[in-house]
Write a protein that binds this ligand. Structure first.
Ligand SMILES: Nc1ncnc2c1ncn2[C@@H]1O[C@H](COP(=O)(O)OP(=O)(O)OP(=O)(O)O)[C@@H](O)[C@H]1O
Ligand SMILES: [Mg+2]
Length: 420
């Protein structure tokens, strides 16, 4: 027998109380071992509470999942079903653990009402064990609870992009990385353009912008996932934008706590939040940079840029000693006839590694800009696109399996998450 609450949740049909929370904008993959479970998850997927999530369902159980993720990153939530015995389930999960990213939440559906198995799975880092047959609301409730538990880590990661001076290409890089996160890594992504007067996100994606961010900044106490949903402009299947209309008609006073509320609301329901931070200095800018999960500083290879990058880098390292160091991007490298500081010297002066060097490529970037497209769309094979793709991989890389094959266990993953 498994613990009484889990048992009740597993077996009894759950009436629609309307109390089950919305599932955030996460990727959910299910590998079922049984047509009936696949159909139940399919009907869960069409429920209103699942409307933000992306769900794919296939058959083949845990072995199929282990095979698929040997070649690709695991989603935010992985639901796997097995008809096997306790030992068979544990052995199959051992295979899966070798390819499972540390932030993926694993839900196991079994056919055994076995408390020892339940405890062992939870001990190994599985988020939940459910006993089939299931009601669709149990699936929704289980996934929603993975994120609404006050102790659960937030759904999203906030990545702030800032330039070391004006015009270095920080916004362009932020937009391209966001696009790549949503396409190549199939991660739901929101770009938040905090450059209210001069922001270029709308132009770069050839989209009319709205008042979105100004509305949100003006009523921070009302900001929640539902309001943010209404204010987003859709740029693609998994890419949205929160921006202002651009222009200098209005003067908007930005308060650090308003930015904090907005970013917290977005990161509560979206896995990747790209923040375009304008090149200026104010308390709310410092707040945004110090509180991001990752900061990406874009610089050009000349002296003023080097000085500003070093100041920003040192301030952020000191203010957040337990966080990943800011990533430094050297952009517009190789402008004809311009004397430049070589990347190695630039890195040495800051005592940091340069995460990416992006060549100056007026034609590709110019074409992308005038078409309102991303560099990956107009010059996918260019050196600049290659460098940007490497950067996107490095940024997404936080979700790769923690160790090489053979050594990683779900238990490691569990321990790491609890330490957070
Ligand atoms: N590697 C590159 N090669 C050529 N042009 C580039 C490159 N990177 C960016 N650009 C171009 O530089 C210009 C400025 O880029 P962008 O607006 O992204 O900079 P920014 O740092 O956000 O500027 P701002 O300080 O105005 O916010 C754009 O026209 C962009 O297309
Ligand atoms: Mg900009």
């Amino acid at each position: 027998m498994i613990s009484s609450s889990s048992q009740a949740a597993a077996i009894s049909p759950v009436p629609d109380t309307g109390l089950v929370a919305m599932v955030p904008r996460v990727n959910i993959h299910a590998f079922c071992d049984n047509q009936q479970t696949a159909e139940t998850i399919q009907s869960a997927a069409s429920d209103r509470r699942m409307s933000r999530a992306h769900i794919t369902i296939q058959l083949g159980g845990i072995p199929a999942a282990a095979q698929v993720y040997a070649g690709q990153a695991t989603p935010n939530v992985l639901i796997v079903e097995s008809h096997g015995s306790r030992d068979a389930i544990l052995a199959e999960l051992g295979q899966l653990a070798q390819v499972c990213g540390p932030s993926t939440k694993v839900v196991v559906i079994g056919h055994l009402n076995d408390v020892i198995l339940y405890r062992e799975l939870i001990r190994q880092g599985v988020s939940e064990y459910l006993v089939a047959p299931l009601h669709q609301l149990q699936i929704i409730e289980t996934v929603a609870n993975l994120y609404h538990d006050p102790k659960a880590a937030p759904v999203g990661r906030v990545i702030a992009f800032v330039g070391s001076k004006g015009g270095v290409g920080s916004s362009t890089i932020a937009h391209n990385i966001a696009w790549q996160m949503s396409k190549r890594f199939a991660t739901d992504t929101v770009i938040t353009d905090l450059d209210l007067a001069f922001g270029t996100a709308g132009l770069n994606f050839n989209q009319d912008t709205t008042n979105g961010i100004i509305d949100a900044l003006g009523q921070p106490d009302r900001v929640d996932a539902t309001l943010i949903d209404r204010l987003l402009t859709k740029l693609g299947d998994k890419l949205s934008l929160l921006s202002g209309p651009g222009g200098v008609d209005r003067e908007v006073n930005i308060e650090a706590h308003a930015v904090e509320t907005i970013l917290d609301a977005i990161r509560g329901s979206v896995p990747c939040v790209i923040v375009d931070v304008p090149n200026m200095w104010a308390p709310w800018i410092k707040y945004t940079l110090t509180h991001a999960d990752l900061v990406v500083i874009t610089a050009t290879p000349e002296l003023a840029s080097l000085r500003n990058t070093k100041n920003l880098y040192d301030m952020l390292r000191q203010a957040r000693p337990n966080d990943e160091a800011p990533k430094i991007i050297l952009n517009q490298v190789g402008v004809p006839k311009r004397p430049e500081i070589p990347a190695a010297e630039f890195g040495k002066a800051i005592a940091a590694e340069i995460a990416a060097v992006i060549p100056y490529d007026a034609q590709s970037f110019g074409t992308a800009q005038s078409n309102g497209q991303m560099l990956f769309e107009v010059a996918a094979k260019s050196k600049a696109a290659e460098a940007l793709d490497g950067l996107a991989q490095a940024i997404a890389g936080g979700d790769k399996p923690a160790k090489a094959k053979g050594g990683f266990s779900l238990l490691d993953k569990f321990t790491k998450l609890r330490k957070k």
